[in-house]
Ligand binder design. Structure first.
Ligand SMILES: *[C@@H]1O[C@H](CO)[C@@H](O)[C@H](O)[C@H]1NC(C)=O
Ligand SMILES: *[C@@H]1O[C@H](CO)[C@@H](O)[C@H](O)[C@H]1NC(C)=O
Ligand SMILES: *[C@@H]1O[C@H](CO)[C@@H](O)[C@H](O)[C@H]1NC(C)=O
Ligand SMILES: *[C@@H]1O[C@H](CO)[C@@H](O)[C@H](O)[C@H]1NC(C)=O
Ligand SMILES: *[C@@H]1O[C@H](CO)[C@@H](O)[C@H](O)[C@H]1NC(C)=O
Ligand SMILES: [Cu+2]
Length: 162
């Protein structure tokens, strides 16, 4: 297990370095082919999954890649139906590190939204620090995370005012 944690920490470091280089090159208007929209216009509010909301079977890793980058103080909104006879419930947890994220291990995870908090306007979460955030749904002992693809990670960038 020690090997795994060391390995995941090393991988995380590489991910964060690449992510910040990517963020810097994209944040600079004079470099690179891609300029993220409205980066000087203050925090955005983003609905997780777009019109799919937070549901079983949607690829949130892909969604996060296509809809990022996200910036510090952006708000993520998780919308999902409350428990009913016809739909599975969902929730939102923060996993403590990359290894628990990769394996969908919820033992040291922190619940940030229960099964009812995604209804109506949804559950809002502000990315207020520069750190990796590992989001996942814990329902059915991690089945939603492992098989339902209900997980994604975000490292918010600093917003560069120019
Ligand atoms: C960015 O700003 C433009 C013009 O103000 C607006 O039309 C567009 O919806 C904004 N995009 C986002 C992602 O907020
Ligand atoms: C989600 O999409 C990404 C990018 O297209 C792909 O690499 C990945 O394998 C997909 N994940 C799952 C669990 O299918
Ligand atoms: C995020 O918002 C907090 C509270 O409004 C503010 O103090 C902080 O400076 C903001 N951080 C960034 C990087 O904009
Ligand atoms: C859900 O199912 C239970 C048992 O079958 C039933 O008593 C209850 O009325 C149902 N609730 C709804 C909202 O349909
Ligand atoms: C979920 O959290 C809300 C707000 O803290 C609380 O009112 C509600 O009772 C909780 N629901 C469940 C099913 O735990
Ligand atoms: Cu779920």
């Amino acid at each position: 297990m020690d090997m795994d944690f060391t390995g995941s920490r090393r991988l995380l470091l590489v991910v964060m370095m690449v992510a910040s280089l990517w963020g810097m090159s994209m944040a600079n208007k004079d470099w690179g082919p891609y300029h993220p929209p409205n980066q000087t216009e203050g925090p955005n509010k983003i609905n997780v999954g777009g019109s799919e909301n937070w549901r079983f079977g949607f690829n949130y890793t892909e969604w996060a890649f296509q809809n990022g980058p996200f910036y510090i103080n952006d708000t993520l909104v998780f919308k999902y139906d409350p428990p009913s006879n016809t739909t599975f419930p969902h929730d939102v947890y923060l996993l403590p590190n990359l290894w628990s994220f990769l394996t969908c291990d919820f033992r040291r995870a922190k619940m940030i939204a229960n099964s009812t908090q995604g209804s109506g306007e949804g559950f809002q979460f502000v990315l207020n620090r520069w750190r990796p955030y590992y989001f996942a749904c814990s329902v059915r002992n991690g089945f939603h995370c492992k098989v339902g693809r209900m997980k994604f990670m975000v490292v918010p960038f600093f917003r560069w005012h120019r």
